[in-house]
Design a protein around this ligand. Structure first.
Ligand code: GLY
Ligand code: MN
Ligand code: MN
Length: 362
């Protein structure tokens, strides 16, 4: 810990200090950080191995390795020193993949606040308003509940909906625009991550509706693949299949479905994965694969399910595929929910935000 120091704290804010650290954070013991080089080797000395997360902080990596080297040099005389260093993340990340009841309480809270914000956003958005006005309403609601943003909110109208990480949020919304809102709340250190897409003027154009319906079907098909024991890739594969089928029906792609999937010809329309682990981080830690084997879903996992279709006005020609008719340009749709794996299958933590065509138009 940095020690208490009123002169510094006046400039840069309160410090917990060494004394309060044990009481406040439940540490067994605390020292001033300046004593690290003196104290840490004494703790490492009697261990068989050092479990340490390499790969984050070069300066601290060098310090830890330096302590280890010191101990190894004295091992012959002292009789003790760790003989291995092992990456901590396999242990820690496996723990973080399974949410315990107290973590789930925070996750549900983060989900409920973000759900309320999305429901509010749909009622206030209207033609002539700026994207940042909707962003402000969402983030105001987060703050009122003691939360903050889980990540920079994406409030993307019209063609902006085709930019995955659009965060400028500075355009005026038009009558026939879609509005894609990807906004999540962070509260009690845990995060939610929700996307909804709806017509600003209250009615989908036929093209917007056609794309929306495919994405919704893909999302429902992906959610259907979630249960304990199912390999992580299955819900993505299910979503891709529904999206490709839909694009074939609309004539946006032509050819054999399996070839289009294996040759990834759909990627200019759907270029990201169907989700990620969610928790203390938005894109949380945890393995998706072990070698060639996909991680199997387990009770207590929380993941997002978020397929989309994006038809950028700047979409590039796809080899062997028809040129995209401009009537489709600027349509970007994503639907994202947060899903908990349970004994019986799943629970959608963000279910309080509707997603039917009718609800999006209402
Ligand atoms: N909002 C970040 C994501 O959906 O992954
Ligand atoms: Mn996400
Ligand atoms: Mn998101």
């Amino acid at each position: 810990m940095e020690p208490k120091d009123i002169k510094t704290e006046i400039w840069t804010g309160y410090r917990t200090g060494v004394e309060a650290a044990q009481e406040k954070y439940g540490a067994d013991i605390a020292y001033p950080i300046a004593e690290l080089a003196e104290q840490l080797p004494q703790y490492l000395k009697y261990a068989d191995r050092i479990l340490y997360r390499l790969g984050h902080d070069d300066a601290f990596n060098a310090q830890v390795i330096g302590f280890w080297q010191q101990l190894l040099r004295r091992r012959g005389r002292d009789g003790y020193a760790p003989t291995a260093i092992e990456d901590l993340s396999d242990y820690l990340h496996a723990m973080r993949l399974i949410k315990d009841p107290s973590e789930l309480q925070q996750m549900r809270r983060a989900a409920a606040i973000a759900a309320e914000a999305h429901n509010l956003a749909r009622t206030i958005a209207q033609p002539g308003m700026y994207e940042y006005e909707v962003q402000a309403a969402i983030e105001h609601l987060f703050a009122k509940q003691g939360g903050g943003v889980a990540y920079p909110s994406i409030v993307a109208s019209g063609g902006n909906s085709c930019i995955l990480h659009y965060v400028e949020n500075n355009q005026k919304m038009g009558e026939t625009d879609l509005l894609l809102i990807d906004a999540g709340c962070s509260v009690g250190y845990y995060n939610s991550d929700i996307t909804r897409t709806f017509p600003v003027g209250g009615t989908f154009t036929p093209e917007q509706k056609a794309i929306y319906e495919i994405v919704l079907e893909a999302q429902l098909a992906a959610i259907d693949c979630i249960a304990p024991g199912i390999p992580y890739n299955e819900h993505h594969d299910a979503a891709v299949r529904v999206i490709v089928e839909g694009l074939l029906d609309l004539g946006l792609l032509v050819g054999d479905i399996d070839e289009i999937i294996s040759e990834e010809k759909y990627k200019p329309f759907y270029m990201h994965k169907t989700g990620h682990w969610l928790g203390l981080d938005v894109h949380d830690v945890g393995a998706y694969k072990y070698g060639e084997d996909w991680q199997e879903l387990a009770v207590g996992n929380v993941l997002t399910v978020e397929p989309g279709i994006y038809i950028s006005p700047y979409i590039e020609p796809i080899e062997g595929q028809p040129e995209v008719d401009p009537q489709w340009h600027g349509i970007g749709v994503r639907i994202e929910d947060d899903v908990l794996v349970t004994e019986t299958g799943l629970e959608i933590l963000t279910e309080a935000v509707p997603k039917s065509v009718a609800a999006m138009e209402r």
